[in-house]
Write a protein that binds this ligand. Structure first.
Ligand code: ZN
Length: 648
């Protein structure tokens, strides 16, 4: 009998550690690789062995760049996972901001704990390092929204906008166990709200057999939309007292949304003239990704937004990059607004600001995001009169204000409304990603209000995705022709008409053409020098084919110990050497971004079969390279290299 199974290993009856194993005919794909955060017993799960061997996973799909969905990835890669990690482009870019930062933070925490001697572990270790994070990022395969791709034989996936943070996705899986009748599973991911000021509302459910839905706010309704007014009042009150407003904010999205609203308040004359510090290099890097996405009209950005650079232009905005500047902010007197991470005050610079400013009743703390159990943010929300910071108790005398209306999670009624966009009653709904009470409340509502089958699964529970009777109706088409359309448009298309792994539409190039274009193309060979071994460790070859420069991706691996040396005729096109410049400067983030952009561009112009032809041609031309080095080719668009870097 054909088998499709879903097993949660985290992210059930808690809001963190989202990791869902999907198995089809014995092939294993992990949906999300999230970090546990908050309570100590949860965080300790990050150190436990993953229930299945990481090397036995064939692929990972990540719905968005929040750490509770992607922060465990470096650990899995360290543990032997070597497959692809599918993400949307902006999720990839944001992961290249948050994962290295997460590694850095964990190294710092371990160092600090060792110095202060407050850890029970001696010596305290980092869960993973910044280097580990960069190694993990090499596994990323960026995808467009609405692009269909085969994850493993028997599983086709597609991302649709979830409206939660930039790049965040609702994940559609079409499982065909044993090549039989397909089963459709829809993961809500973290679901956004209709009124996100920067992002399009979430895509609809449409046609599906199973739904895996988050329930962060499953037992709550967001207050009426006076959150911005309440922020304005809080700022005014605090400034009148001569105090500072401290806002612990998730670097990704919350900081952007806050700046957007602060700018609007300033424009309406409702923001007192005080300095606004964004004290988080990570938030500033994420802000850069948002700006680029808005300028580039990314698919999930609201189409009415204009990228004239003014969206986040708050008067007296001060971007604090280095630790020195952060200390200066802490030491400074007088009123100000300080936005710093992390969002739940579990780490990051905001912790030092809280230690400094909580004891003074003139100050205030605005809590603008979800605060998980066990975090300092949650303790503040629940009225704690002191907070333990770096082994000491700090009295809480500052005003604490709950502004969870800024949340980028749908509330209970919004989750129910989203489910109502399904074309028909699904076989079942799995309620996940919520604290137990929230999940159970939403489950009850689904049963009572929609009359559907809904369960809150347990950790490690194997859920059978068998569909008893297949109702006639729509299928998710296998071609890439869904762009811009809704799932419902394809109703009436029979399931049997959709062959699994069908050839995609795209511009085709005959093998002869590809070879001819290669033959006339310039090419270059780079070699790398490993100072430890003193040898040319990794050959990097590229070919300029028409408008594209083709590089085997495996060889473009950033390692701090490796430097690139130019050989041969690298300078055939000055734009191609920009990649090397980034490498020379060890600017892995820029390098990664350029690659992601190029790949995104290439995805629109070169079909997989063309890539395969180029790959064959390259193999003939460069017989000295092993076959595997061509297994994953990057096709870079030269126009985009020039344009992207000039703009950045
Ligand atoms: Zn999230």
């Amino acid at each position: 009998m054909s088998i499709a199974l879903l097993t949660p290993f985290g992210g059930v009856r808690t809001v963190t550690g989202s990791r869902f194993l999907v198995e089809v005919d014995g092939r294993r794909v992990l949906v999300d690789a999230g970090l546990f955060q908050g309570l100590k017993e949860l965080r300790e799960r990050n150190w436990a062995d993953f229930p299945v061997a990481p090397r036995s996973l064939d692929a990972i799909v990540v719905t968005h760049a929040h750490l509770d969905h992607c922060g465990y990835l470096p650990r899995l890669v360290n543990g032997g996972f070597g497959g692809p990690v599918h993400v949307t482009y902006d999720t990839g870019k944001l992961m290249s901001v948050v994962l290295p930062d997460s590694g850095r933070l964990q190294e710092e925490e371990a160092r600090y704990a060792n110095r202060a001697g407050y850890s029970r572990h001696r010596p305290a270790l980092a869960l993973y390092t910044e280097d580990d994070a960069w190694t993990a990022l090499e596994r990323l395969v960026p995808r467009s929204f609405d692009e269909e791709f085969e994850v493993v034989p028997g599983m086709v996936a597609r991302f649709e906008p979830a409206g939660h943070i930039l790049g965040s996705s609702i994940l559609r899986l079409r499982l065909s166990p044993d090549g039989g009748e397909p089963v459709h599973v829809t993961f809500s991911g973290d679901l956004g709200r209709q009124q996100h000021p920067l992002l399009r509302p979430p895509a609809i459910v449409g046609e599906t057999d199973w739904i895996v839905i988050e329930s962060t706010y499953g037992d709550r309704e967001h207050a009426e939309d006076d959150t911005v007014d309440r922020l304005a009042e809080l700022v005014e009150r605090t400034v009148d007292r001569g105090g500072k407003v401290i806002i612990p904010a998730f670097a990704v999205d919350r900081t952007e949304v806050l700046l957007f609203h602060l700018r609007q308040l300033a424009e309406e004359g409702r923001l007192p003239s005080v300095p606004v510090y964004v004290d988080s290099p990570m938030a500033l890097a994420a802000l850069g990704v948002y700006r680029e996405a808005i300028d580039g009209h990314a698919e999930d950005v609201r189409p009415d937004l204009h990228g004239d650079g003014s969206l986040f232009r708050v008067p007296r905005l001060d971007e604090v990059l280095d630790a020195q500047g952060s200390k200066a902010v802490s030491a400074m007197g007088g009123p100000a607004i300080v936005i710093a991470g992390s969002g739940m005050a579990t780490g990051g610079r905001v912790v030092h600001h809280l230690a400094r400013f909580l004891p003074d009743p003139a100050n205030s703390v605005a809590l603008v995001g979800f605060q998980a159990a066990g975090t300092r943010g949650r303790q503040l929300l629940e009225g704690a009169d002191s907070l333990k910071i770096h082994g000491r108790y700090v009295p809480v005398r500052a005003e604490v204000c709950d502004l969870s209306g800024f949340s980028v999670h749908a509330d209970g009624s919004e989750l129910i409304d989203w489910l109502r966009t399904a074309d028909r009653e699904p076989s079942g709904v799995f309620v996940v990603h919520g604290e137990e009470r929230a999940s159970l409340t939403l489950q009850r509502r689904i049963v009572d209000e929609l009359g559907w089958n809904a369960v809150v699964p347990r950790d490690g529970e194997r859920l059978d995705l068998h569909v008893a009777a297949v109702p006639a109706g729509a299928a998710v088409p296998a071609t890439g022709s869904t762009r811009g359309g809704e799932v419902g448009e394809h109703a009436g298309r029979g399931r049997d008409e959709v062959p699994a792994g069908a050839e995609r539409e795209g511009k085709e190039m005959s093998p002869d053409d590809a070879r001819r274009r290669l033959a006339i193309a310039d090419h270059g060979v780079l070699s790398t020098v490993d100072p430890d071994r003193g040898v040319h460790a990794v050959p990097v070859c590229f070919a300029v084919v028409g408008d594209h420069v083709v590089v085997p991706v495996d060889t473009v691996k950033p390692k701090a110990s490796t430097s690139l040396r130019r050989t041969d005729n690298l300078d055939v096109d000055p734009r191609a050497s920009l990649l090397v410049d980034h490498w020379d400067r060890h600017d892995w983030q820029q390098l990664w971004w350029v690659r992601a952009d190029l790949r995104r561009c290439a995805a629109g112009t070169v079909s997989p079969s063309t890539t395969a032809q180029l790959e064959r041609a390259l193999r003939e031309r460069y017989p000295q390279y092993r076959t595997t080095e061509f297994a994953d080719l990057l096709v870079f668009d030269l126009e985009k290299i020039g344009g992207g870097v000039a703009a950045g």
